[in-house]
Write a protein that binds this ligand. Structure first.
Ligand SMILES: [Zn+2]
Length: 178
């Protein structure tokens, strides 16, 4: 069993078995990973307070077949980001984008440093990150009418939409680009 230490952003958590949790991280040294937190659902789990979505943490991990968290410590909760409701909701959407689009265990230092930077500056341009994953807004057209003035990205089928056509899609699945 090997032991690793890396920095990570918490992307999301979900319950696993009776008392455990699976946590999605974007890590500096391994890219996106999913790791088990044993007893992570128990109220007194010492890890729970550190594992809020969007936290920058220092992680200690062991890897057998899968990663298991053996220690976690908050480095930055990005308090400025959490104070601004608009920025916070965009940051949560960005965490979702990373969870969906970033390939597993592919190191991407550009993505890593960009994430930290936008969480610190609290300004999030979805187009910048979608471009990293191959969806460049500057080359995009509305998937419905072909308009070059795109305004949103539809998470349902990963297409761009213009300001008129986006009204036909559920707003909960749209990322506002401009
Ligand atoms: Zn359109």
């Amino acid at each position: 069993m090997k032991d690793y230490v890396t920095e990570a952003i918490v992307l999301g958590l979900r319950s696993y078995r009776e008392t455990d949790r699976m946590v999605d991280f974007f890590t500096k040294d391994f890219g996106r990973i999913t790791a088990k937190v044993a007893a992570g659902r128990k109220p007194l789990s010492k890890f729970s307070p550190h594992l809020d979505v969007l936290n920058l943490v220092t992680l200690r991990l062991v890897k057998k077949e899968n990663f298991t968290v053996t220690d976690v410590l908050i480095k930055n909760r990005f308090p400025l980001l959490r104070k601004k409701l608009g920025s916070l909701s965009r940051a949560l959407e960005l965490a979702y984008i990373i969870k969906v689009f970033a390939p597993l265990q592919a190191v991407d230092l550009n993505l890593w440093h960009s994430l930290i930077r936008v969480f610190e500056k609290t300004f999030i341009d979805f187009g910048f990150f979608l471009k990293i994953f191959g969806y460049d807004p500057r080359e995009a057209r509305c998937a419905v009418c072909g308009n070059k003035e795109i305004s949103s990205f539809f998470l349902g089928d990963h297409s761009y939409l213009c300001v008129n056509c986006r009204t036909k899609f559920p707003s909960s699945e749209l990322l506002l680009i401009r």
